[in-house]
Design a protein around this ligand. Structure first.
Ligand SMILES: *[C@@H]1O[C@H](CO)[C@@H](O)[C@H](O)[C@H]1NC(C)=O
Ligand SMILES: *[C@@H]1O[C@H](CO)[C@@H](O)[C@H](O)[C@H]1NC(C)=O
Ligand SMILES: *[C@@H]1O[C@H](CO)[C@@H](O)[C@H](O)[C@H]1NC(C)=O
Ligand SMILES: *[C@@H]1O[C@H](CO)[C@@H](O)[C@H](O)[C@H]1NC(C)=O
Length: 373
């Protein structure tokens, strides 16, 4: 209050510099993409200038200044939307009586807010601060809600956080793709400030290979599970042969959600078919797509399902039984025939030839009997 009264009083004297900035900070620290707004007021006409940094001396980019002629004061609002590294630098608001107000804008920037995954290729998410003054920053990277310092692969640290804020990822598996956040903290006067900058690490969809075939017996339940990687989250669809399977088709196919997206829930990740029949055998395909970003990339895996007869296990046994039956029948018929032959051999009408092998006996008997016939 005192200050305002004082300013009003002094401004009346015409000889005193009288420009008021709101907020009245010497340094603004803003993340790229955010908005800066500063109001400048004076009794006199106002002009904004950039006095250092990129584009210095050039007119401040649009949309920028809106001047309001108030009852007592002129006020000009500087608004910079979607801040870029080139917006960093010193700004000055001055009136035509040599009054001025200055501030420094530093823009926190990552070199890439979007990174594309390449198989096992090292990645450096670099941090750059444009218009850096003496502010000390500390950086902490997170993947989702997890601090990267807590993420280990086979017991080893998977990430390197450099002091300059850069995040190094060595030989990343595809599962490392996702949403990262750099949390930047610093002091502004006596106040601790915190800025979060998101970085998207994109990866095309991929279905993790699964079994190539599966054997089922009629009436069993078919469950196929599809594990998927990629960021953003792909969409899973199922095909039988080349035909898409629709949910509720014949009310037989069920699509279930399972934690198959890097341990997180994935819709349609499981295809279930209660009580399979012969017709259900064939090639099933799981397809992962992310049409919004990459219509040309999709990943598929297929599995061949064979459905066997319920009695299939019984067939070999039945085969053996049949064989035994046939064998017994043959033996039985044969035995019967032999008994009959033997009975004929003992016929009293026969001459008392010495017992011989049966087949020969038959032949000899024929020839022997011939003369008598
Ligand atoms: C600047 O002034 C406008 C109009 O009075 C007001 O809506 C806005 O909140 C002010 N901005 C700041 C940063 O003080
Ligand atoms: C506001 O600025 C204009 C010039 O842009 C000046 O003519 C006018 O006197 C100023 N208004 C006040 C209230 O001082
Ligand atoms: C940050 O530090 C790392 C490791 O020293 C270095 O490789 C990288 O180039 C640095 N990045 C910047 C933007 O200075
Ligand atoms: C991916 O799917 C789209 C539409 O379904 C298709 O046009 C495209 O050829 C597919 N690409 C690959 C690599 O399979």
């Amino acid at each position: 209050m005192w200050q305002i009264l004082c300013v009003v009083a002094l401004c009346g004297l015409h000889s005193v510099q009288c420009v008021q900035l709101t907020p009245s900070q010497a340094v603004f620290t803003k993340p790229q993409g955010s908005t800066l707004q500063v109001n400048c007021s004076s009794k006199y006409s106002i002009e904004w200038k950039k006095t250092s940094g990129p584009n210095q001396g050039l007119p401040i980019r649009e949309p920028t200044v809106a001047t309001v002629n108030g009852a007592n004061d002129n006020m000009s609002t500087l608004t910079l939307h979607n801040l870029e590294p080139t917006d960093s630098g010193n700004y000055r608001c001055m009136d035509d009586k040599d009054g001025d107000g200055v501030f420094l804008l530093q823009v926190l920037t990552v070199t890439h807010q979007e990174v594309q995954y390449e198989h096992l290729k090292d990645v450096m998410l670099e941090f750059v601060i444009e218009g850096h003054d003496n502010t000390e920053f500390t950086y902490k990277w997170k993947k989702g809600d997890l601090s990267v310092a807590d993420i280990k692969v086979e017991g080893k640290q998977a990430y390197v956080e450099h002091e300059n804020g850069s995040l190094e990822i060595k030989h990343p598996p595809r599962s490392f793709a996702g949403e990262y956040t750099c949390v930047v903290t610093y002091m502004e006067g006596a106040e601790a400030r915190r800025i979060e900058i998101p970085v998207k690490y994109y990866a095309t969809p991929k279905v993790i290979p699964f079994d190539k075939s599966k054997n089922l017996v009629q009436d069993e339940v078919l469950v196929i599970e599809c594990r998927v990687l990629g960021y953003p989250k792909p969409k899973v669809t199922w095909y039988k042969e080349e035909k898409p399977i629709m949910e509720g088709e014949d009310n037989r196919y069920k699509f279930l959600t399972a934690d198959t997206y890097n341990g997180e829930p994935m819709e349609n990740a499981k295809l279930q078919l209660d009580s399979v029949d012969f017709d259900d055998g064939g090639k099933y395909i799981c397809k992962a797509t992310y049409l919004e970003k990459w219509p040309q990339f999709n990943s598929t895996q297929e599995i061949l399902v064979r459905v066997k007869d319920k009695l299939a296990a019984l067939w070999p046994f039945l085969g053996i039984v049949a064989e035994v039956v046939i064998l017994c029948t043959i033996i039985f018929i044969y035995e019967k025939k032999r008994n009959k032959d033997a009975a004929e051999d003992e016929d009293p009408n026969q001459d008392g030839a010495a017992p011989e092998k049966k087949s020969e006996g038959v032949r000899h008997r024929g020839s022997a009997n011939n003369p008598r016939a």
